[in-house]
Design a protein around this ligand. Structure first.
Ligand SMILES: Nc1nc2c(ncn2[C@@H]2O[C@H](COP(=O)(O)OP(=O)(O)OP(=O)(O)O)[C@@H](O)[C@H]2O)c(=O)[nH]1
Ligand SMILES: [Mg+2]
Length: 214
């Protein structure tokens, strides 16, 4: 009798279990395939437009300084293996200070990925530059808190550009990581830091792959 009950129980529950599992897999796939909306922020000449140009397949032209908020409605990026990924409403912000308050909130509210670019050499050698970067990160941290985005809902990825201009990339990377680890806002970017020479196409391609290839 008990054996029959167990048998029936398994017969009924097993298909349900498989169905739930399949549904879970489908839901995960759908959520991973969602179009990414990238917001690109950071101080002037940090490589923001170079990055969005590369995503758009534009390489080898020196970007003009960005003087107004730019939106890219749809970007279809093709990886080296032929697979593609769609990006919607990507936003490029001028690096100058006056754009922080007017644009960062909108970007934080409407992006799935926030990339923060800054010059790693300047950060380590120029206290004014370091203060400016820290103030921007702190502002992002405060805005995120105010719009109830927890750390996982909008990761902030730090792109440490000008890796070609520091003597020892690893040492510079660790020094920046150490400085940031002491700040509250530093915690939102822990484990999301990438040193790079933004002028090298292969490095930028690798970065795009690392960040956005599923
Ligand atoms: N050597 C070197 N130069 C870089 C790097 N990143 C940016 N640059 C230089 O900085 C210039 C400006 O890059 P952009 O991508 O336009 O900078 P941005 O962050 O968009 O600057 P704004 O539009 O002023 O906010 C580039 O043309 C490069 O000459 C880097 O990693 N290494
Ligand atoms: Mg720009």
């Amino acid at each position: 009798m008990i054996t029959l009950a167990v048998f029936l129980f398994i017969q009924i529950l097993y298909p349900i279990y498989i169905l739930v599992l399949l549904l879970g897999i489908i839901l995960v796939k759908i959520s991973r395939n969602k179009d990414a909306k990238i917001g690109v922020v950071g101080p002037q000449k940090a490589g923001k437009t170079l990055f969005l140009n590369a995503l758009n397949g534009i390489w080898g032209t020196k970007p003009e300084q960005t003087i107004q908020f730019e939106k890219y409605e749809t970007i279809e990026y093709r990886f080296d293996d032929g697979t593609t990924r769609t990006f919607k409403n990507c936003k490029d912000v001028p690096g100058s200070n006056s754009f922080i308050r007017t644009t960062y909130t909108e970007i934080l509210e409407d992006s799935t990925d926030l990339l923060f670019f800054f010059n790693m050499k300047q950060y380590l050698e120029n206290p004014d530059y370091e203060r400016d970067v820290n103030a921007r990160l702190d502002y992002i941290y405060e805005v995120r808190k105010s719009i109830n985005k927890d750390d996982k809902s909008l990761p902030v990825t730090l792109i440490l550009s000008y890796a070609d201009q520091v003597k020892n990339v690893r040492k510079a990377f660790l020094a920046i990581q150490d400085k940031l680890s002491k700040k509250d806002y530093g915690k939102m970017c822990q484990n999301h830091m990438y040193p790079i020479n933004m002028e090298k196409e292969d490095e930028v391609k690798k970065l795009i792959e690392k960040l956005f290839k599923k």
